[in-house]
Write a protein that binds this ligand. Structure first.
Ligand SMILES: [Zn+2]
Length: 291
């Protein structure tokens, strides 16, 4: 079965290709994160056919170069050796840091670059298991600039240095949702929101039922104190010798051990308030103590 991350990428890859200004940003996002130089060629390997087809379409649109797609076991790759493609990539390579100024022409282009970066080097965990989104990047310059770009979009990612590069990651579900929304992955964003709502509802139910149990415990504790007192009264003086108002409540308490004071009050004729019932039971407790 396909992972959540794969499904999200496939969905992104099938989005309509954006405005002209965004095409280069998205293409370069994929190439910077997934392209590997091999002599005078760049090899790009992606796990989904949709994603590699999208790269081919972007290269065609930006540079008018046809790209051959090949498949190898479970992944798909293409080899870019056309001078125009190499020239474009070297142009950005030379910029090292500062590439985003050239790449991000309008606000929309940041989102396109983010989408390309995710298709090329991003991954995320199924929100039902955990909240995690991360990008792996090998060049320190791309890492620094990408981190700044994310910050400018309001997406605060943390980063750790690994043996052969950097991982930018977040475990914050709000940031993940925002990042997905920027990329245009609205169905994935909705899935996370649904998981969050479900989790909140579940914890509300647990909290409520814990609260109900605690209340029930209190009711039973008070009730058993009353019953002990009523039993003592019955043994020593007899319940029927209590004043009428107390006699009525004492019988009711013995017959309905698990009712709250409020519920007991409703059973009286005429009904009595919770504090009225409480008052009578306190008098019963007092009588029992002084026997
Ligand atoms: Zn744009």
């Amino acid at each position: 079965m396909k992972s959540f991350s794969q499904r999200t990428k496939e969905m992104l890859a099938r989005l309509e290709i954006g405005d002209d200004c965004c095409c280069e940003a998205e293409m370069m996002g994929i190439l910077m994160f997934a392209g590997k130089f091999k002599g005078l060629e760049i090899r790009v390997s992606l796990e989904s056919l949709d994603a590699i087809e999208r790269l081919a379409a972007l290269v065609k649109r930006c540079l008018d170069v046809d790209v051959q797609i090949k498949s190898l076991r479970s992944s798909y790759f293409c080899v870019l050796s056309d001078k125009k493609v190499l020239h474009k990539i070297l142009e950005y390579e030379k910029l090292k840091s500062g590439f985003s100024q050239k790449l991000i022409k309008n606000e929309c282009c940041s989102a396109a670059f983010l989408r390309g970066s995710f298709l090329g080097g991003g991954t995320m965990t199924d929100p039902n298991k955990n909240y995690n989104m991360e990008f792996t990047v090998y060049s320190p310059q791309i890492h620094n600039e990408f981190k700044k770009l994310l910050e400018n979009m309001g997406l605060g990612f943390r980063s750790i240095e690994k043996r052969n590069g950097f991982v930018l990651y977040t475990k914050n579900s709000d940031i993940i949702c925002d990042a997905l929304a920027h990329m245009g992955a609205f169905s994935a964003q909705m899935e996370i929101l649904n998981v969050k709502i479900e989790k909140e509802v579940r914890s509300d139910i647990t909290r409520t039922s814990n609260g109900e149990t605690a209340n029930m415990d209190k009711v039973m504790e008070a009730s058993s104190r009353h019953i002990r007192a009523i039993d003592d009264i019955e043994k020593i003086m007899g319940i029927d010798n209590l004043p009428d108002d107390l006699k009525e409540v004492a019988h009711l308490r013995r017959d309905h051990k698990d009712l709250s004071l409020e519920q007991l009050g409703k059973k009286l004729v005429p009904p009595l308030s919770k504090s009225g019932v409480n008052h009578r039971l306190r008098r019963i407790l007092e009588i029992a103590e002084n026997l």
